[in-house]
Design a protein around this ligand. Structure first.
Ligand SMILES: NC(=O)c1ccc[n+]([C@@H]2O[C@H](COP(=O)([O-])OP(=O)(O)OC[C@H]3O[C@@H](n4cnc5c(N)ncnc54)[C@H](O)[C@@H]3O)[C@@H](O)[C@H]2O)c1
Length: 694
């Protein structure tokens, strides 16, 4: 087997090179090699200084994540770093690619750091629910100050080389060949007889307000996450404890976090997100169709937002509306959105101009003739969608991908309106489409593999997380959402109020409670769906949406009408509990003969979760979602399910399906007709298995 780390000398400089593709992860073998090669360098009489460098495309991009949760083999990363810090000869780390996590921590154990100009540095551990556990929280603030260190460690974002140079995180940017530049730098260190520079010996101080400020920001932006708070605590330790004590405290927090349920959930979701890119039955070498121009039919709420995604990614878009007036309305909404982003400092005027410059409007379908991909986003009406697809079939070039943004309709029926159903696919964006990361990609019966693969690839171009789902009413996300909303509706009939339900779920970690979401999206949207399905409804089953119907009957469509489940004061988005809604709810409970009772928050959380899980299990069994992880990714990115809880299916596995089944059965007794345990849960619980090992 090739050596994972090698030592070679060039003139007076010893070069320690790591060769562990693809990202030079710091697994046990690399760690041992690093220490062995350091010894070789220190023993080499010709070497005056040492350079540590990564082979291939990057300096180590982190620890070996597959080793998480296992007892670390010796030498551990902190031992490796201590060895470099105690090296008899000066060490220069030469960074390129992505020097992340443990990789950057190793570099912090060296005397100097240089980097290629496009290198990215960072300590992203917080995103996996942990903190940098090999001295990162103690060394980084000593090197670049507490505030910059907090930004890097608590935010977990990358730092580009120029900024790293400004902060003193690196000492030099090498613009040409990195190994040659690093060796030249090391030779200068020797020639100039520069004194050794151990980061651990540096001092850092900061005012307590700095840390309080970061804690307040975390409470707002990373609500419920434990790791960011530990990161702050640990950086604060660097300002008030001797190095070794701070290091020991960091280690203790790392050990606690690594084994925490949050870290487990975050690791799970990290892998689930990678898995979604692998679509069962689709070869990764499937040839892709070119998507260099896009057409969009319908410039309403969704069409406009969808168009922005492509314009932002540098792809020209033609927006087609039925009439000029609608087109103007659509364009002014898009322009308004861009100018708001400029005002908020999120975009420069030049960027906004470039993006809008890629948008063209038309009321003529012929202008879609050359588009590589057309996305239809007109009203949710089957007859209209079929008419549009027939027109697209007539004008679009052969091989163009024809997509629909429908949220409920049967893609196969829409595809059948064309002579090329193999080119038809569903692209279900979430509102606001220029912001929400999720894209449900609906695979029709006849959708060609290369169409699916091309749309999956496109997700990367427009920075979306694409999850492939099958055709059914509501696909994965909205189908589960209806089961979840039915519980919200039932809970208020039984004794809770919207504000209690919302608060219980918000406190549990959801971005918003269900009633606040309905007010935001417009309560009329699901009302129309219920009306459309009213005739087919099974009258023998309970109908929990009764209050929702009455609310809509009064024109309370949510924020847009100033009232929905809550009331809204002029110019404020804050939902305020409304006695009129409470009266409506009490009246409905009384009419339905329901004796209202106190409902504990735990019951609200449990019923909401189990409703999602039970429907999710059916979706899995039907093959509408390929994996439990796909469902969880959908719930996080599309519905604000707390990331640190993994996802509904992950939660169910953690609770244990036997217990989940017992809970569902107990609810079934109380609410017959609303609950029937999904056969998959019954089977898996019986076999002592979970959704992740079916
Ligand atoms: N709003 C959401 O939250 C949301 C989320 C996901 C999916 N969807 C789906 O997206 C689609 C569009 O929804 P929306 O909320 O943007 O609706 P919208 O009413 O805001 O926009 C629809 C647009 O289509 C245009 N249109 C109608 N007939 C047309 C025709 N013959 N030719 C060209 N344009 C025509 C209308 O003028 C209007 O601008 C629907 O299928 C909906 O189910 C909506």
């Amino acid at each position: 087997m090739a050596e994972l780390v090698t030592y070679a000398r060039q003139g007076t400089v010893g070069v320690i090179a790591i060769d562990n593709p693809p990202v030079n992860a710091l697994g046990a073998g690399v760690r041992k090699g690093l220490v062995d090669c350091l010894d070789k360098g220190n023993e080499d009489p010709e070497a005056k200084a040492l350079v540590l460098i990564g082979g291939g495309r990057t300096f180590p991009a982190g620890a070996d994540i597959t080793e998480f949760g296992k007892p670390p083999a010796s030498p551990t990363l902190p031992e490796v770093i201590a060895a470099y810090e105690d090296s008899a000869k000066p060490v220069l780390a030469a960074l390129h690619g992505t020097a992340l996590g443990g990789g950057l921590e190793v570099a912090l154990g060296c005397d100097w750091r240089c980097a290629s100009k496009d290198a990215k540095l960072g300590l992203p551990e917080v995103k996996l629910g942990i903190l940098p556990g090999a001295g990162g929280t103690q060394r980084l603030p000593r090197l670049i100050g507490a505030e910059n260190a907090l930004t890097v460690i608590v935010g977990g974002e990358f730092v580009a080389a120029p900024e790293a140079l400004e902060w003193g995180l690196i000492d030099e940017i090498v613009s040409g060949d990195l190994p040659a530049g690093a060796i030249a730098f090391a030779e200068r260190i020797v020639a100039e007889e520069r004194p050794r520079r151990r980061v651990r010996d540096m001092e850092v101080s900061a005012a307590p307000e700095l840390f309080e400020g970061f804690r307040r920001t975390v409470a707002k932006r990373q609500r419920g996450f434990i790791a960011p708070l530990r990161c702050i605590e640990s950086v604060e330790n660097a300002t008030r404890l001797p190095f070794d004590e701070g290091l020991a405290a960091e280690r203790a927090m790392f050990v606690e976090l690594v084994a925490s349920p949050q870290a487990e959930a975050l690791r799970y979701l990290f892998f689930a997100e990678r898995e979604v890119a692998k679509v069962p039955g689709i070869d990764k070498d499937t040839p892709l169709r070119r998507i260099a121009s896009v057409g969009i039919v319908g410039a309403g709420t969704m069409g406009g937002g969808i168009a922005m995604n492509f314009a932002n990614a540098g792809i020209p878009v033609t927006l087609v509306e039925a009439v000029e007036e609608a087109l103007d309305r659509g364009f002014s909404a898009i322009l308004g959105n861009y100018s708001a982003n400029v005002d908020k400092g999120r975009l420069t005027q030049k960027e906004a101009d470039d993006h809008t410059g890629r948008l063209t409007g038309s009321v003529n379908f012929d202008d879609l003739a050359k588009a590589d991909l057309v996305i239809e986003a007109v009203f949710e009406d089957m007859a209209l969608k079929k008419e549009i697809f027939a027109k697209l079939d007539a004008v679009c070039r052969p091989g163009a991908i024809l997509a629909t943004n429908t949220s409920t309709l049967d893609i196969d029926e829409i595809a059948a309106a064309t002579s090329r159903p193999q080119d038809v696919i569903g692209t279900h964006f979430f509102s606001p489409a220029n912001v929400m990361k999720l894209l449900e990609i609906v695979r029709g019966d006849k959708t060609a593999d290369d169409v699916l693969a091309s749309v999956m690839r496109l997700c990367r171009v427009i920075s979306k997380v694409g999850v492939v789902v099958g055709v059914c009413d509501g696909f994965v996300g909205n189908r589960m959402l209806h089961a979840y909303w039915d519980q919200a509706y039932s809970l208020i009939l039984e004794g809770a109020l919207p504000q209690q339900v919302d608060k219980a779920l918000y406190d549990w970690g959801w971005a918003m409670g269900p009633f606040a979401v309905m007010d935001l999206a417009g309560t009329d949207v699901s009302w129309r769906v219920r009306q459309a399905k009213a005739e087919r409804r099974d009258r023998n089953k309970p109908y929990p949406a009764a209050v929702a119907d009455r609310l809509c009957g009064k024109g309370r469509f949510g924020r847009k009408t100033g009232a929905g489940w809550y009331r809204y004061e002029e110019a404020s988005r804050a939902p305020l509990p409304d006695p009129a809604v409470e009266a409506l709810i009490l009246e409905a409970s009384a009419e339905m003969g329901i004796a209202r009772r106190e409902i504990a928050d735990e019951e609200i959380v449990e019923r909401s979760l189990y409703a999602l899980v039970n429907e999710g299990a059916r979706i899995l069994a039907e093959g509408v979602a390929a994996r439990a992880g796909d469902i969880d990714v959908i719930y996080h990115y599309g519905y604000g399910f707390p990331r640190y809880r993994g996802g509904p299916m992950f939660c169910a596995d953690e609770i244990g399906l036997e217990k989940v089944l017992a809970g569902i059965r107990a609810f079934e007794e109380r609410q017959p007709g609303l609950w029937t345990p999904a056969p998959l849960i019954v089977r898996l619980a019986g076999e002592g298995k979970g959704f992740r090992d079916p």
